[in-house]
Design a protein around this ligand. Sequence first.
Ligand code: TYM
Length: 379
Amino acid sequence: MPPRSACSRLGAAVRYLSGKRSSPTVKEIGIYETLPSNSRVFSMIQPTGRIHLGNYLGAVKSWRTLSSTNPESEFIFGIADLHALTVQRPAQQLRDFRYQAIASLLSSGLDADKCILYFQSAVPEHSELNWYLTCITSMGQLNRMAQWKSKAQQAQNSTILDDAVVEATKAGLFCYPALQVADILIYKSTHVPVGDDQAQHLELCRTIARLFNSTYAVDFFPIPETLLTPAKKILSLKNPEKKMSKSDPVQAGCVYVTDTPDEIRRKIRKATTDSVQGQWKFDPVQRPGVSNLINIISGLTDRAIGDVVADLDGLKDHKALKDHVAELIIDEFDEKRQLYDDLLQNKDYLDSVCRKGSDHAREIASANIQQVKHIIGLD
Ligand code: TYM
């Protein structure tokens, strides 16, 4: 049984995600979740450079825990380099970012013998299934997604039907969630661990999987379950209204796995908090900055928020809280940063890991795409 606080957070997440109707397909990941045997767990991360604390606590740490504690399950973790093309950058920068992403995953403790690690662009079946699924996905479904609006810097209540919005939004960005659905379904994945910013895309994935099955009267795609990580959303240190993100123009708000201890101390010391003295409280609405730091401690130490808050009683002021958080992050990342630097010097090794991963991923994907082609009449 998960601890009570985890249960209540699970309840809150489920209500938030499904509008008061509880959904059995969204679950908070317990720290050592036991998955049904033969589960196929899939997730991805974009190669936008080094990974940050949000990616680590919202995704990669749980990938590591799940894959090291569920030997009966299969794990596929990809670097979403096709998704990264929604932002144009120099080719050499993308090459560097791809290496940085795979080095980040390995240095964060993912084991290439227990997981398939690969680049999305090396498995063309993602793009092929993307087209088949785009043909059954309505513009309305894509229009309701929140993420393209924030990435295209449009208001959340805007719609692709507005003249200004349609001109300012690239088709790839608008259709991005359909590719994400194809990523998951090409492997007939059963579980997808993500941070909660991805929950809406996962809901779309279940809708499209059901739609495909009913359109072609088959029971082909499993309906994948979202596994929400306990540290669902890590917020920017400088602006705790927004999530921590690599694209945040205020880089002091984002801590990277590869930051030096001095950089980490500097960023945490400058984190926005509040002037309330004398009592620690987890209250994301009234005290977002302090609550973000508490959430970070909870994610790093695998302890429930309530237990973390109880332990803070010994800390006399905000400076002491920040010092505590900084030292926890430094402890967590110190070895990882050194390993990351070593791995980046060994590109042949990184290439060999990804080659092995993409060969394995392609075996699964090409068998599944043959079946999809048969189902839809393309054989
Ligand atoms: P990306 O690259 O933005 O993020 C990768 C993972 O990190 C989580 N994450 C966070 N969690 C908590 N707090 C934060 N501040 C934070 N920032 C990021 C994300 O929830 C995610 O789990 N579209 C996806 C990549 C993708 C994908 C997929 C994921 C492509 N295809 C299929 C799952 C399944 C993305 O841009 O993630």
